[in-house]
Design a protein around this ligand. Structure first.
Ligand code: FAD
Ligand code: SF4
Length: 495
């Protein structure tokens, strides 16, 4: 621990943030990091407490607390404070293959469990992580390392999201010959074609993939396994196969009028913007455009927020975000104490922008869609919504949703974006490999295992654990790599 009184001497300080009304004029990242000197002071705030919950990644009351990668946070906070940036990067990279991704998009489970956060402001762990890795890139520490010995074993990875990329890095490091198959034209999974550019600029992903290619990993894009290429061929050509295809089945809203023109799934909307942005800075117009449109986003979560931020950047006329659940409290309640994940209302970047542009929070709570209203041409014109309340059934004890009588409302809508979550793995992939799925249509394995019901086929990421986070996908990628290595070699020395 570098500075025993650091947490008392220095206040938490985080990166500067461009004003909402300025940043909506483009799709760039909008945080300006602290100077390295300022960041060092933030490292000094870490108390190196006896039980560092921040790095535990352990479940408490059904919710995981702290970093799922068990990042060595107090250690590298101390190294940051002491200006030992290179050593900090080495320690960080021991547990996290892609800190440049997590330090941009992770909801920072670590900070929610930081002891400093019990009575004050948590240590700015995520930004310390960002400073370490970006400094490492700047000084040329992040270079390709080709393995000196090859095992001669061939591994196919289907899907190039964070789970597939983490597994590829680990297995290549071990000397296996790794080929990653991706059905899209670009690599990165939802990091590329889900999470918008303002949260992670796509050059950040390409920078890492360039290094991975130079390390000997083979990437094949535009190849849909199960459709364009047969699963049986992969099983014949490779010693092991990892399915890391994500949870790509969006949950639909089956209300009357669902066939109206103008209703899209959130990821299709976000992907079309990113594709056009990367291809032509949106000049080709080849994207679902919300300009001058009334937009209704169904789903109050992070994906819904990304749709709000993207619609505003398009220049939408209005935006409403519908959430079925009640608004969360502003502070933790007694039932949700530290270090549990705080169940509190957060106003994210898109909602901040909506407040700045339209003067009010776009979210309406305890509301669901009753009907999509269309004109004679079949175009969406409005959405009929209704208020709901949750009541406990006296017999079963279960909470049930009930409509509030007479609370219907009509909201003008030219575009509806459905951001209601994902249901699991796509069946054409699971069926072509013949792997068992569980009740949630995720690929089934024994608890803590990554081996599917089919010999030499493994799975990881959202396809395995269901819709989750980038940090979990990286963890799953690292864990499946260990399982595959052990399967191929009889033992593993991967950590
Ligand atoms: C809009 C949105 C915003 C999000 N924001 C955040 C965030 O801010 N922070 C966070 O931590 N998490 C966020 N998430 C969740 C996070 O992106 C996912 O949990 C994570 O990307 C899952 O990684 P994965 O590797 O398992 O799968 P994915 O990232 O989904 O990648 C799977 C890849 O497999 C490919 N594929 C699928 N089937 C085939 C096939 N048959 N053949 C070849 N390729 C195939 C897909 O094209 C895709 O590229 C967000 C999700 C969405 C949808
Ligand atoms: S990966 Fe996420 S939870 Fe882990 S240290 Fe980084 S920001 Fe915190």
């Amino acid at each position: 621990m570098g500075k025993p009184t650091g947490f008392m001497e220095y206040n938490r300080a985080t990166s500067g943030c461009e004003a909402p009304t300025d940043r909506i004029n483009n799709f760039n990242e909008f945080h300006a990091p602290l100077s390295r000197k300022e960041q060092q002071k933030q490292g000094a705030r870490c108390m190196s407490c006896g039980v560092p919950f921040c790095q535990s990644g352990q479940p408490i009351k059904g919710m995981v607390v702290g970093c799922p990668l068990n990042n060595l946070i107090p250690e590298w906070n101390d190294l940051v404070f002491n200006g030992q940036w290179e050593e900090a990067a080495r320690r960080l990279l021991l547990t996290n293959n892609f800190p440049e991704f997590t330090s941009r998009v992770c909801p920072a489970l670590c900070e929610k469990a930081c002891t400093c956060g019990l009575n004050g402001d948590a240590v700015s762990v995520r930004e310390n992580e960002n400073a370490i890795i970006e400094n490492a890139f700047e000084i040329g520490l992040i270079k390709p390392h080709r393995p000196s010995v090859r095992t001669g074993k061939h591994v196919a990875i289907v899907g190039s999201g964070p789970a597939g990329l983490a597994a590829a890095t680990q297995l290549n490091k071990r000397g296996h010959l790794v080929t990653v198959f991706e059905r899209e034209d670009r690599l990165g999974g939802l990091l590329m074609y889900g999470i918008p550019n303002m949260k992670i600029e796509k050059g950040i992903i390409e920078r890492r993939i360039d290094i991975m290619s130079q390390e000997g990993i083979k990437f094949i894009t535009n190849t849909d396994i199960g459709k364009r290429q047969k699963a049986s061929k992969l099983l014949k050509d490779f010693d092991a196969v990892i399915l890391a295809c994500g949870a790509s089945n969006p949950r639909d809203i089956n209300a009357p009028g669902r066939d109206a023109k103008g209703i899209y799934f959130a990821v299709d909307f976000l992907k079309s913007t990113t594709k056009s942005l990367l291809k032509s800075e949106l000049r080709d117009g080849d994207f679902i455009n919300a300009k001058d449109k009334n937009v209704v986003v169904i789903g109050g979560g992070d994906t819904g927020n990304d749709c709000v931020g993207t619609s505003i950047r398009h220049g939408c006329k209005s935006v409403v975000q519908i959430e079925m659940m009640p608004k969360l409290p502003d502070q933790r309640t007694e039932k949700n104490p530290w270090p549990q994940w705080p169940m509190v209302c957060k106003t994210d970047y898109g909602q901040e922008e909506a407040i700045a542009v339209f003067g009010h929070d776009p979210r309406i709570y305890e509301t669901t869609v009753k009907e999509f209203i269309k004109n004679e041409a079949g175009e969406l014109k409005a959405v009929k919504v209704v208020k709901v309340k949750f009541v406990t059934d006296a017999e079963t004890g279960r909470r049930q949703m009930q409509e509030v009588e007479g609370s219907e409302q009509i909201i003008d809508a030219d575009i509806v974006l459905i951001a209601a979550g994902f249901l699991g793995a796509q069946s054409y992939v699971t069926e072509s490999f013949g792997v068992d799925v569980n009740g949630r249509t995720n690929v089934a394995t024994e608890p803590g295992s990554y081996q599917t019901s089919v010999e030499k086929v493994f799975t990881a990421g959202d396809m395995h654990r269901g819709q989750s986070l980038v940090v979990w996908a990286i963890r799953e990628g690292r864990e499946v790599a260990k399982a595959v290595d052990e399967y191929l070699m009889g033992y593993t020395n991967l950590r």
